[in-house]
Write a protein that binds this ligand. Sequence first.
Ligand SMILES: CC(C)(COP(=O)(O)OP(=O)(O)OC[C@H]1O[C@@H](n2cnc3c(N)ncnc32)[C@H](O)[C@@H]1OP(=O)(O)O)[C@@H](O)C(=O)NCCC(=O)NCCS
Length: 181
Amino acid sequence: MFPELQSERLILRDFRESDFDVHNAFLNDFDVSKMLTVVPHPYTKDDGEWWFDHCRTTPHSEEINWVIDNGEGLVGVIGIRNVSTTPHLGYWLAKSAWGKGYASEATNMICNYVFNRMNALAMNTGLFTINPKSLNVLQKNGFEITGETKEKNRARGDIEMDYTTVTLTKDRWQSMQAIAA
Ligand SMILES: CC(C)(COP(=O)(O)OP(=O)(O)OC[C@H]1O[C@@H](n2cnc3c(N)ncnc32)[C@H](O)[C@@H]1OP(=O)(O)O)[C@@H](O)C(=O)NCCC(=O)NCCS
């Protein structure tokens, strides 16, 4: 069964066929894809079909991808891969949904899921170093910088760019929750 999650403002849910056109339109925005590692630009219908099929057929023991729904429909996507080892987080929001706290709220929901329900010991991710908005989302949720490396950026034609790696341990997450309570 799909692990749907809910907060005050957001539902993190499975993809529906009715999300297809809006998903593809939002991801065909270079301002979104230029900060992601593997999303091409332009983003075509075939790319969307590949992604929806990937989400449908990949076991949740390997990867889980949630639609971020604000009650009016899809406004972004958040997911974890390497589910059975150390989960690796990824997310994006449609530009029209930036600046409302949705990414921080959705990240908080995934941290809760990963540490309190899956019992993972740590979660990793990374961001292109020119992406302070994403670092802000991650640091607000307790992630700490672990290093600098290089990653290819598909939307920009596979150029290598500086990439900051970050991690959040279960211990740190739980102590932050205890302070907030
Ligand atoms: C990265 C990305 C998701 C960040 O989006 P964002 O809108 O800046 O992040 P949030 O949704 O958490 O919103 C945070 C801002 O909303 C504001 N906000 C407004 N209302 C709010 C509310 N009710 N609650 C919380 N924050 C609120 C906050 O002030 C906050 O900004 P601040 O921390 O600078 O003060 C977005 O820029 C994006 O999708 N970029 C392209 C793809 C990408 O970079 N993905 C990540 C790859 S690593």
